[in-house]
Design a protein around this ligand. Sequence first.
Ligand SMILES: *[C@@H]1O[C@H](CO)[C@@H](O)[C@H](O)[C@H]1NC(C)=O
Ligand SMILES: *[C@@H]1O[C@H](CO)[C@@H](O)[C@H](O)[C@H]1NC(C)=O
Length: 271
Amino acid sequence: MRVAFLSLLTIIAAQNTTQVDFCTASGQALMDGTQNRGGSCSNTIQGNTTQVDFCAASGQVLMDGTQNRGGSCSNTIQGSLPDITKMVSTIILSPSNGDRIEEGTPFVISVKTVNLQLGFFDNPQTEYYLSPQTLNSNGIIEGHQHVVVQALTDGTVPPSAQDFKFFKGLNGESADGVLSVNVTEGIAGVGSHRICTITGSRGHQPVLMPVAQRGSQDDCIRIEIVKKKNGKGGKGFNNVAEDVTEGELERVRHGRRREGRRRFRDRRHRD
Ligand SMILES: *[C@@H]1O[C@H](CO)[C@@H](O)[C@H](O)[C@H]1NC(C)=O
Ligand SMILES: *[C@@H]1O[C@H](CO)[C@@H](O)[C@H](O)[C@H]1NC(C)=O
């Protein structure tokens, strides 16, 4: 069952039309528009053929796994929703809310996430938003974390989502749910800053929960970037780390090869 499910996932990544079978293979109840506290599988395409034409009618280009900055239309189904006891929750361990950090000074951001099996991320350059949300065999969402640091003005203006001073995908595995990143250049520019997490499923979409009334899956804190005591200013540039490193991409490719070999073995055993 699990193997068939994994094979199906790979097929899905390659060819979206088989997505209608995703929920059948998941073994979960089909999402029916109620908030099923026991979890369900959301396949809004099934049973409503007009949704298949949604993207055609939108006039937008079809999402193809790249991050299209001009927007696009995604036909990917939402996928598997966990039960209510397995909803994602996150806390930023460090820095502490309200910390004062000197500009241009390195600091580490640490995040603890529960009910998320970390280390699952599809290739963000070619598989973005192509996979439905998936659960591991314990019903926990498979995904990854991100952190983003943005400057705030007076606290009443939402910062532009296009402006950030630091961004990093936390793509590693973690037994205790804790992942960290070193902001090695620190933050340039004094003032109030916001650090937030962005929790993602394997396909980079925000994690989907079984009910609407719940705690947030993400955390945000405010920190104050202050002038360096020795009088010297910060380095004066932003440091936006890559979403995904070459090493991490290689791990994705390696994982795919491993999955492929496992499928080959399973097929041989069946034959
Ligand atoms: C089917 O999907 C379309 C497009 O999203 C929606 O307008 C319509 O209400 C849906 N019909 C049913 C019966 O759910
Ligand atoms: C963070 O990076 C800075 C600059 O490379 C380094 O000096 C510092 O030791 C690092 N901190 C940790 C905890 O790794």
